[in-house]
Design a protein around this ligand. Sequence first.
Ligand code: PLP
Length: 387
Amino acid sequence: MRVYFDYNATTPLAPDVIEIVARASREIFGNASSVHRFGQQAKAMLDDARSSVAALVGGDTSEVVFTSGGTESDNFALRGAAEALEPAGRRHLIASAIEHEAVLNTLRALARRHWQVTLLPVDASGVVSPDRLRESITADTAIVSVMHANNEIGTIQPVAALAEIAHAHGALMHTDAVQSAGKVPLDVRALGVDLLSLSAHKFNGPKGAGALWIKRGTRLQPTMTGGKHERNRRAGTENVPAIAGLGVAAQLAAEKTGADATRIAALRDRLEQQILATVPGTAVNGVRDGRVPNTTNISFDRVEAESLLIALDLEGIAVSTGSACSSGTLEPSHVLKAMGFNAHRTQNSIRFSLGAANTEAEIDRVIAVLPAIVEKLRSLTRTPARA
Ligand SMILES: Cc1ncc(COP(=O)(O)O)c(C=O)c1O
């Protein structure tokens, strides 16, 4: 039995997505900018996908710009807004300390170009407090960027409250919804944001396809310059099969989010409860209410997360130590660090992220092997128990 509990890293393509990607690759090879029939067929596919993405987030089709994924969407939102607002004298950017590297490293790059950057702290709950934003925001703030759901611990952030504060100070509000799309309902109007990032491969779509939702009237400087694609907002010939796949994935996500969420949350809760009950020295990282339904992040006292990950992989069980980008290294999680956990806890935590194909039998399989693996790893290490 091979068990996949790493849906926050990526998800398998849905069968309907495979079908549309294959059909578009086989039959629709025209350039969507071409005036002739071949081009118009490709454009029609983009239009369908745009409608599905707009419906998924509760926006308008004219507000959807296709990108190469979550990283590009975050870059476009932050760099595009920074550059557009620079002439107005706004040179301050705010994000949370638990953002994905796509946001954090973009802000670091902007800081090297003399932008002032403030990272909002979080406490052990893993949730950003609106009060921290109120303390940091100024008349110079151009954009506030706080993710909708965190990729490592799953906590949902109070984006609507943060957006209200940002707008009261004349700043734009961006949210990285890469980890919430397909897991919880999305509604850009209710969230009150100006910019929202999506990535297809996190909700059963293809890799290398995503979107930035840009509220009508929001000025962004294009980061990808060239032709007049995407209404002059993102140059480059569109990858029609991948975007068509994104569209079908968005449609499926909009249809299935609620029903799947209840079942997946029940599996996640069962896994979590059983781990806490059968493995001593374990604790859940972050609040347990107000998370996406599929994610739990658990610390295992006196265990090195990387060793546990490898031992589970040998049993056919795929998990993660947190952000996929840092797996393969022993880097402590910046998210757990920002939550105030000590060096030990930032390196002894495992993320289990579930998806539609997981079953109770798979949970039982983990519980059948995990206690003995942890005991063995602990017997091999002389690290003393820590709080
Ligand atoms: C919260 C978040 N933002 C952005 C990204 C980057 O998305 P992509 O892999 O499509 O570039 C990820 C992927 O792990 C993510 O979890």
